[in-house]
Design a protein around this ligand. Structure first.
Ligand SMILES: CCCCCCCCCCCCC/C=C/C(=O)SCCNC(=O)CCNC(=O)[C@H](O)C(C)(C)COP(=O)(O)OP(=O)(O)OC[C@H]1O[C@@H](n2cnc3c(N)ncnc32)[C@H](O)[C@@H]1OP(=O)(O)O
Length: 411
């Protein structure tokens, strides 16, 4: 743990010495090869680069072939994700200059790749294979009868995704770390939401494994600073945050949070983007942003005042008041609170009944409600992300993070 603090201090001092501005990427950097991938044709034209090494090379190649066999065009959003994961898996973090503002396709491709930040090649390769298998199974299932039996979806490392009885469940699976969200976990939750939006389920549920729902952002995300430096990290993280919250804004199906324990930070703020929030009476809701030198995200600067009124929202978001489940229910953030002893049984009985309702009516009703504010929510998300990009570089934030780890180191 002391090493973590040391790394933070070194990186922070380096920045202090180097001053705020950093040289732009050297000119003449290889531009994106425009032929790498076209967003126009249904199957992506990809070539295997020699750097895609390792045991799953075969899976990687099979996945690329599977993309060519997809029965329907997965849509530009998914193709951008595939493109970005392919580049990350074969070339690592985005290493090319950003295309010009009018070069829309290559700019979209660059942004998708850049948003993956320092995601390891192996993880990108695995996520690529998972995404394709999700696409293939949903395009296969569109032409076959769907077995009612429990189906385990694509394998992820930090979440467990299952689908049964018309409900797709995404379970945060780092219980030893209170389901703190690493960069990989943000990516996997986005991929899982993408897959859930396209599968044959009626309702999607997000919950946690273990005694916590989630302790929010994993503070070690502040420690793996890439060679490009802390500003680049903050920039990539703001893109990651914006894409992550955008996945909740745009999610097309009824989305339910089953809050199985205490929730902290971003796992609380995005609750304002869910359709139902069911909580055990053991749950607490804490947004310690000011304590961390940070500011609200997840659209909470807009949704929380709407949900609970400006005064209660300020008490949570500015002053970091922790709410009990009962208080969160009274303030409108939680739909219903259940005794911990019967929580899972009652909630899943209720959700199984809901999942039998007409699927399209549920989806269209959700979309009518969300469409009223979608543009506003994206604008709020963009603003919150860019403010946080600055806050992460502040000494207030860095000191707070160092305090967290030095407290840990003392224990
Ligand atoms: C330069 C730019 C960098 C930018 C980086 C951002 C990248 C990501 C982009 C998206 C950003 C989104 C913005 C989100 C903001 C937030 O979510 S703010 C809230 C952040 N969370 C916290 O501050 C909570 C920190 N944790 C705690 O306070 C306590 O752990 C707890 C949750 C109250 C639980 O306490 P306790 O019951 O005593 O258990 P512990 O022993 O503390 O925890 C068990 C182990 O889990 C580890 N852990 C728990 N939470 C986190 C966490 N959030 N981050 C990292 N690690 C966590 C804890 O350290 C223990 O680990 P071990 O000691 O190894 O057992």
């Amino acid at each position: 743990m002391a090493g973590v603090v040391g790394r933070l201090i070194r990186c922070w001092c380096r920045r202090a010495v180097a001053g705020r501005s950093r040289s732009a990427l050297p000119s003449g950097h290889p531009a994106l090869h425009p032929g790498c991938c076209s967003l126009k044709v249904p199957a992506l034209q990809l070539h295997v680069s020699k750097t895609a090494m390792g045991a799953s090379q075969k899976d990687f190649e099979n996945a690329m072939n599977q993309v060519k066999l997809l029965k329907e065009d997965p849509g530009n959003e998914v193709k951008l994700k595939l493109y970005a994961l392919y580049k990350q898996a074969t070339e690592g973090p985005c290493n090319t200059p950003k295309p010009g503002v009018f070069d829309l396709i290559n700019k979209a491709k660059w942004e998708a790749w850049n948003a993956l930040g320092s995601l390891p090649k192996e993880t990108a390769r695995q996520n690529y294979v998972d995404l394709v298998s999700g696409l293939s199974s949903s395009s296969d299932s569109s032409s076959q009868a769907k077995p009612e039996a429990d189906r385990k979806q694509a394998e992820y490392e930090t979440v467990v995704m299952t689908s049964e009885d018309g409900i797709t469940k995404i379970m945060l699976n780092r219980p030893a770390k209170k389901n703190a969200l690493t960069e990989q976990m943000y990516q996997e939750i986005m991929l899982a939401l993408e897959a859930a939006s396209k599968d044959d389920s009626t309702i999607t549920v997000l919950t946690g494994n273990g005694d916590y729902y989630s302790s929010g952002n994993d503070l070690t995300n502040f420690t793996n600073i890439p060679p490009e430096g802390v500003e680049a990290k903050a920039k990539n993280s703001a893109i990651l945050l914006r894409n992550f919250v955008g996945s909740f804004i745009d999610f097309p199906k009824p989305l339910v949070a089953v809050v199985n324990g205490p929730a902290v930070g971003i796992s609380v703020t995005v609750l304002g983007l869910f359709d139902l929030v069911y909580a055990t009476d053991r749950a607490t809701f804490h947004t310690p942003f000011s304590h961390l030198g940070q500011t609200p995200e997840g659209c909470s600067s807009y949704t929380f005042p709407k949900i609970m009124g400006p005064a209660k929202a300020a008490e949570m978001l500015i002053f970091g008041k922790k709410l009990t489940a009962g208080e969160a229910y009274a303030q409108g953030l939680v739909t219903e609170v259940f005794p911990d002893s019967t929580f899972q049984k009652e909630v899943w009985t209720r959700l199984k009944a809901y999942s039998k309702l007409p699927q399209n009516a549920l989806r269209i009703s959700k979309q009518i409600i969300r469409s009223q504010e979608k543009e506003k929510l994206h604008a709020v998300n963009a603003k919150e992300s860019s403010i946080l990009q600055e806050r992460w570089l502040s000494s207030e934030c860095m000191n707070a993070i160092m305090n967290f780890f030095s407290q840990k180191a003392k224990l």
